[in-house]
Design a protein around this ligand. Sequence first.
Ligand code: ATP
Length: 293
Amino acid sequence: MMQLFIPLNFLGFVYREIRGAFANIERMFALLDKVPMINDSANAKTQALTQGRVSFEHVGFRYDSRAILDDVSFTIEAGQKVAIVGDSGAGKSTLVKLLFRFYDVVDGRICIDGHDIRTVTQDSLRQAIAIVPQDTVLFNDTLIENIRYGRPTASMEDVNSAIQMAHLSQFIESLPDGGQTRVGERGLKLSGGEKQRVAIARAILKKSPILVFDEATSSLDSHSEQAILTALKEVAKGHTSLVIAHRLSTVVDADRIIVLSKGKVVETGSHNDLLAACGLYANLWRVQQESGR
Ligand code: ATP
């Protein structure tokens, strides 16, 4: 019996190792999907970007030869909340891709704390920004580990506090194995709103000075939307936040709203300023109010 037990035990070990390796490979592919084709320049500096002041200065960008952004300029002071709105295809997500350096600008420059982002290492840049994407990747792991992914060395105390701030506690308590429930491809499927709250918890753990929230285009039920908005308000405290908004209800409290149309900034101001201006924003607002979104 013992002769059988040892090889079987060994096989079990090999199986667990291989399964672990596959989980890592999946994680790697999920990340590779998002990894940009940009390299650090030879003299890129490791630079702590701790203030979170963001400026787009006359930024132009094209995909192949198609112009997508033209002469886009705006500044987000440290701690401010700025929202970008505009029609589908206006270039909102492209702004975020450029800020994260998935691509380099063609004209102008983007600075954080006064440093052109092309002059610092990508590690320095990625440390400075936490993104809550439209569609969050969940790994085949427990919910807790999926949240801890925001900062793998985070203590359980920090993870719990992020869970509370992201308004995930009630949801986790309702799961059969609580935070130890497996999620992702082969585990429990989370709704769009729950996934975004996992991303918010990750962003809280990451403790970056800049938070980018790319609002999901798919409609969430109003309870889920409200939970996300409340969670976002918590996390935005003390952070610079850039919100790509599809529903204007998300942006009424922003310090400034930037309206993009066909890759150009056409209006800038607070919600009230823009309503009074009776321009594109006021029109979008009226249409959304009428359609009840
Ligand atoms: P939405 O509100 O629908 O998400 P958006 O304002 O975020 O739109 P972007 O995703 O920034 O718009 O896209 C701006 C333009 O760039 C669109 O016309 C889009 O088709 C084009 N585009 C986006 N990604 C690519 C790409 N990888 N290659 C070529 N063109 C692209």
